[in-house]
Design a protein around this ligand. Structure first.
Ligand code: SAM
Length: 280
């Protein structure tokens, strides 16, 4: 394991600061700095960007991002035990690393960042999907971020890039592919982490499109898609019953058979349906 900087190896950092992993915080650390630098490289050219990192932990990915030339990293970490380790990184990269202690779900990062902004994170599994959905569904587009480079459980990564007709196709695929380009860029076995989780992981890279692929209101699309996939085995006319009056007519107007199931409807169909539902 060769070094990417002159800071101590992550195993030593963890031992020095007593950072035993806590399951309740989704703590599975990446200790191989070559791997964290590789993940940072997937985020694109960082030299002219501020980077938002959620859950830096002992700072492996943070060090990767800084070593790959990020202009500034804003790291939001809930576990106060990690702060001294992160302070050592901040000393090594003066003025380039800002750490905020707190829950990423409660903090507005935009107060601290200057565009262009990229997001890179080995996300805590318990908040990963919620953060992703938030980042994908702001009322206006383009969003604050240019790209998201995010580690997920492999199964979640597959849901993000899934195509219609597949089991993995659902709310995440529709919301992610509506306004961004998505691809899995890296697969990692459980042993890449300390402690190893039960499942494999994958890094997904999402690039924000300048405009949505199809016109729709984010809140309405989100609501329609959630209802459609909540009861994915049901025909859409039943699954969407509570969503709007005359749902069969609206489905037909959107070019969707009311007897189809959510899994069969492409992104364009959901956007057309969201427009029909928004008519009130
Ligand atoms: N980035 C580090 C790495 O790659 O080794 C740690 C990744 S670990 C999977 C997730 C990190 O997110 C932990 O450090 C955990 O304390 C932190 N975390 C968990 N919930 C959080 C939350 N709601 N807001 C901010 N950080 C959180």
């Amino acid at each position: 394991m060769s070094a990417i900087d002159d800071l101590p190896p992550l195993r030593d950092v963890i031992a020095t600061h007593g950072l035993s992993a806590r399951k309740s915080l989704g703590q599975n650390f990446l200790l191989d700095l070559n791997l964290t630098a590789k993940i940072a490289r997937q985020a694109g050219d960082l030299s002219g960007s501020d980077v938002l990192e959620i859950g830096p932990g002992p700072g492996g990915l943070t060090r990767g991002l800084l070593c790959e030339g990020a202009r500034k990293v804003l790291a939001i970490e809930k576990d106060a035990r990690c702060l001294p380790a992160l302070a050592e990184i901040a000393d090594r990269y003066p003025g380039q690393l800002q750490v905020i202690e707190g829950d990423a779900l409660d903090i507005d990062p935009l107060e601290h960042l200057t565009p262009p902004i990229r997001v890179a994170a080995n996300l805590p599994y318990n908040v990963g999907t919620e953060l992703l959905v938030r980042w994908l569904t702001p009322p206006t587009w383009p969003p604050f971020w240019q790209s998201l480079t995010l580690m997920f459980q492999r199964e979640v990564a597959e849901r993000i890039v899934a195509q219609p007709g597949s089991k993995a196709y659902g709310r995440l695929a529709v919301l992610a592919q509506w306004r961004s380009d998505v691809r899995i860029v890296l697969s990692l076995p459980p042993e890449a982490f300390t402690p190893p989780p039960k499942v494999s992981s994958a890094v997904v890279h999402l690039t924000a499109l300048p405009a949505p692929r199809f016109d729709a209101d984010a809140a309405v699309l989100s609501r329609v898609v959630a209802a459609a996939f909540n009861q994915r085995r049901k025909m859409l006319r039943a699954a969407l019953k509570g969503t709007a009056p005359d749902i069969e007519d609206r489905l037909l107007a959107a070019g969707i058979k009311p007897t189809d199931r959510a899994e069969q409807v492409p992104l364009e169909g959901f956007c057309a349906l969201a427009r029909e539902v928004a008519k009130g």
